[in-house]
Design a protein around this ligand. Structure first.
Ligand SMILES: NC(=O)c1ccc[n+]([C@@H]2O[C@H](COP(=O)([O-])OP(=O)(O)OC[C@H]3O[C@@H](n4cnc5c(N)ncnc54)[C@H](O)[C@@H]3O)[C@@H](O)[C@H]2O)c1
Length: 294
């Protein structure tokens, strides 16, 4: 597929883009900075500017596309990852503005240009636990996509708004628009760097529901979504199978989730960030268990 990928130069994108290239997709990375990876086409785009988004979506990817003499090829899909990826990087209002306007621009352009598949990065933070002031527990465990999303911070608010915007553009167009509530992204080098500390101090994983997502497994999720048509508007949690700490499910519940209703029976090392929907509807099968990566 010919894909416009926003934010491909970032922490997640710089792994997901090569994953998609390796599966034969053509990828144009629309970002404020280029990605130095063999085979990707880069276009410097500020996606908070609607004109730039429309223009990028109607441009040649590279010189080879001039050769057939048949005009600019159409994009088959957009994968939208560009964002300010948490609070405390920019002032809160800027995080909110950049994330909501860029997503509006991408979705509007996709719908008006007839690009019928959009995959966008939402976040685990929508559930409100991650950036809460003080400790906030989930309403129930494991958290599925039906859990309420009433966060307290500008970043997670922007992601909730983006999901509503996406649902509205789906309503107008009928196009497939899939959001990924991505858990804490882990790059391959971060296993050795971080996981011994996560095991020694599991408290620091509480705000992520003790979950994580490997960048390559995130690539698998995006690729599955590109190939799966006809689901309409959907939101999927995305995490690896197990906990990111060396504790069992029961031990974590005992320490951190006392009094939290348990909505489903859980396995001994089963993520609290339920990926059942992605497994059932997309065939998602994460490969990278942290214990094997260390
Ligand atoms: N990293 C995580 O743990 C995590 C968890 C959940 C969700 N997410 C979401 O996943 C996506 C990717 O996150 P990441 O960690 O790779 O973030 P990142 O900050 O590393 O990468 C984001 C990329 O977007 C680009 N960008 C920012 N503003 C832009 C603009 N106006 N125009 C064009 N490009 C712009 C940046 O240059 C950067 O390359 C984001 O939407 C983020 O909110 C990340």
């Amino acid at each position: 597929m010919r894909i416009l990928f926003t934010g491909g130069s970032g922490k997640a994108g710089k792994h997901v883009v090569p994953y998609l290239l390796a599966r034969g997709h053509r990828v144009v990375n629309a970002d404020l900075v280029a990605l130095d990876v063999e085979g990707v086409d880069n276009l410097i785009v500020d996606i908070t500017d609607s004109g730039q988004v429309f223009n990028a979506l109607t441009s040649y990817a590279n010189f080879d596309e001039l050769e057939p003499g048949t005009g600019v090829p159409k994009f088959d899909a957009i994968v939208h990852f560009a964002a300010i990826p948490r609070i405390m990087i920019k002032p809160d209002n800027e995080t909110y503005r950049i994330n909501t306007m860029s997503t509006y621009n991408v979705l509007e352009a996709a719908v008006k240009l007839g690009i019928k598949k959009v995959i966008f990065a939402s976040s685990e933070t929508t559930y409100g636990v991650c950036f809460a002031d003080g400790e906030r527990k989930p309403d129930y465990i494991p958290l599925d996509e039906e859990h309420p999303v009433i966060p307290e911070d500008s970043y997670a608010m922007s992601k909730v708004v983006n999901e509503v915007t996406a649902k509205s553009f789906h309503q107008r167009s009928g196009f497939d628009i899939y959001g990924i509530r991505i858990n804490n992204v882990i790059e391959p080098h971060e296993y050795a760097q971080n996981f011994p500390d996560y095991c020694a101090n599991p408290d620091q994983r509480r705000r992520n529901f003790f979950a994580y997502i490997d960048t390559r497994d995130l690539g698998q999720m995006v690729d599955l979504m590109l190939h799966k048509d006809g689901l309409g508007f959907q939101i999927f949690n995305c995490a690896n199978e197990g906990h990111s700490v060396d504790l069992t499910t029961d031990q974590i519940i005992e320490r951190y989730y006392q009094g939290v209703p348990q909505a489903a029976k859980m396995g001994e090392d089963e993520t609290f960030f339920s990926i059942k929907k992605a497994k059932d509807m997309l065939g998602f099968a994460p490969q990278y268990d942290w214990r094997k990566q260390l």
